[in-house]
Design a protein around this ligand. Sequence first.
Ligand code: 719
Ligand code: MG
Length: 221
Amino acid sequence: TQSTRPQRILTAVQKNATRGDPRSVVKAIDHFCRNKEWAMNVGDEKGCILDSVVSEVNPATVLELGTYCGYSTVRIASLLPPNAKLITLEFNPDFAAIARQVIAWAGLEDKVQLVEGASGDWIPKMKEQFGVKTFDLVFLDHWKNSYLPDTKLMEECGLLRKGSVLLADNVICPGAPEYLEFIRSSPRYKSQYFKSHLEYTKVEDGLEKSVFLGLVNEEWT
Ligand SMILES: O=C(NC/C=C/[C@H]1O[C@@H](n2cnc3c(NCCO)ncnc32)[C@H](O)[C@@H]1O)c1cc(-c2ccc(F)cc2)cc(O)c1O
Ligand SMILES: [Mg+2]
């Protein structure tokens, strides 16, 4: 039967990357997607910005929305301190199955919990199911029109604390206009735009980094 693109990405990893070496897994996927078939990984250019934010936050708890093939999962998990945990949500079972194998090839299973299901269903269950209090870092890279409702849901579920960092991919291309409008105008967030390019192309795109400031007091006046 005809293979899918995620399956071809996994094959490229298994052929060209070294087991247990996350950097070689990232390189193999980037090489495949730049030279053979484009795919919606955050990619190498935006990936360096992602790496720098992860290193700066040095998170103990990370939530990723939208695993796809696990490319950014591997990038993030490879930079986590010991005992840190990354929970990644993916509701497409075929993508989840591929991502599990990519994460395993990188040797990062112990740092990653891939949860199959929709963010809207699982965000309210994070505390009771996984013993998470709050997330130090959230990487948003799922459906672009889900960024805003899921951010509001994370706030309502008390999953963000003063200083929690949200990092959103694709705020220019394909774009997340409602999310950008909300997060940049809200007194509860301090936002910063990192200009870059759409993965493997010269098209403009970027990441929006937003720090949650907690419930600021003017909301009580
Ligand atoms: O669309 C893009 N990403 C979507 C990712 C979806 C992945 O996340 C999973 N997913 C989605 N919603 C949820 C959900 N919850 C929400 C629904 O309940 N809960 C759990 N998992 C979810 C999907 O199953 C996929 O695995 C994109 C496009 C371009 C692009 C740019 C230019 C072009 F020309 C073409 C494409 C570039 C990018 O970097 C992009 O990220
Ligand atoms: Mg993306």
